[in-house]
Write a protein that binds this ligand. Structure first.
Ligand SMILES: Cc1ncc(COP(=O)(O)O)c(C=O)c1O
Length: 344
């Protein structure tokens, strides 16, 4: 029999019980639609507690939209967005960022998933030249698509570079909770205080049913966002049910507890599978993902029981993700099965 939980993605996990309870609590009577309700006001209040009273918060359905609309708010179609060649906005959003913004994505090879000032400065050219797209946004992912985490200094340097060159720093924070706990800092210290201008804040991978938000740290940038969100088909009529999820995650440190747990499970998984001679850990495990190289012939056998994604087919690298609901027993069973399977 297949186990109940797998290691494919943190969005394969269910809904955290506290989040589900919050949705049920919001399910009483009628409430005005489109965000003019008490749960949305409460959720925005929670975001303000975490990030500062002057932030602008817009709730959306999913992470692709949070990214696309964030970038749309910062750009004209002749601008360019600088990101890594493994950025979700490049690899996993079906060209939606290009469709919605009209902008070119300028890709930077990033073996550890991170941009650096050095790598970005090579892509920053053609300024004022009518034949070139004009770089306008640096977009980073925190935690990265490779399970690594930018250090605060690295983000501060990128923000400084962006601002010195009339660019903005956007953060795809689908896993910002995992990154913040990995660094041992608050959500604000991990974003706004480092110079991030706009944040795609992820709730779904942190235990929500489906809840993401765009957070502007400079109100001026949010000026027309209400209209962009509606045109972008992301204005939820029954917004209270998304908002209630954020109320739960951002109360009683639930976001932190969930992320801490997922990260701890990834560290345990790394420890267990790292002992298996045929398994090679390929990136530092700094958040909730473990990337390993395993014998090619073992992949299909493992996938028969546990679903997960192949990250790099050529190099036989696979990705194993942990979630808020991964248990130590899940890890022990999986590691045992990996050891048996790769050894055959
Ligand atoms: C780095 C990153 N950004 C954004 C997203 C959000 O994607 P979705 O549109 O599926 O919510 C994901 C989800 O896989 C992700 O891993």
């Amino acid at each position: 029999m297949k186990p109940a939980r797998s290691f494919a993605s943190d969005n394969n996990a269910g809904i955290h019980p506290e989040v589900l309870k919050a949705v049920a609590r919001a399910n009483i009577g009628h409430a005005v639609g489109y965000g003019d309700d008490r749960h949305t006001r409460a959720a925005v209040g929670k975001f303000k507690q975490h990030f500062g009273a002057d932030v602008e918060v817009f709730i959306v359905f999913n992470g692709t939209a949070a990214n696309c609309l964030s970038l749309k708010a910062l750009t004209e179609s002749y601008h360019a967005v600088i990101c890594t060649d493994v950025a979700h906005i490049h690899t996993d959003e079906c060209g939606a960022p290009e469709k919605f913004t009209g902008c070119k994505l300028v890709l930077i090879n990033a073996p550890d998933g991170k941009l650096t000032v050095e790598s970005v400065s090579h892509a920053y050219h053609g300024i004022g030249d009518q034949h070139h797209v004009q770089p306008r946004v640096i977009s980073i992912t925190q935690a990265t698509e490779m399970g690594t985490v930018y250090q605060p200094r690295e983000i501060r340097d990128l923000a400084r570079f962006a601002h010195q060159h009339q660019m903005f720093l956007h953060m795809d924070g689908a896993r910002i909770a995992n990154a913040a706990v990995s660094l041992g800092i608050t959500l604000r210290e991990a974003t706004r205080d480092l110079g991030v201008d706009v944040l795609s804040f992820g709730g779904t991978k942190n235990g929500a049913m489906g809840a993401e938000a765009v957070i502007f740290f400079d109100k001026k940038l949010a000026q027309d966002f209400l209209y962009l969100r509606k045109q972008g088909m992301q204005l939820a009529s029954k917004m209270r049910f998304i908002s209630a999820q954020f109320e739960a995650l951002l109360s009683n440190h639930l976001w932190r507890k969930n992320a801490e747990h997922a990260n701890r499970m990834a560290a345990l998984l790394k420890k267990k599978v790292g002992k298996i001679p045929q398994v090679k850990i390929v990136y530092p495990v700094e958040a909730n993902g473990v990337f390993v190289q395993i014998p090619r012939r073992a992949i299909a056998k493992l996938q028969k029981r546990y679903f997960f994604y192949v990250w790099n087919e050529e190099e036989s690298v696979v990705r194993w993700m942990c979630s808020f609901d991964t248990t130590e027993e899940d890890i022990r069973q999986f590691a045992r099965f990996v050891a048996e399977t790769v050894g055959k």
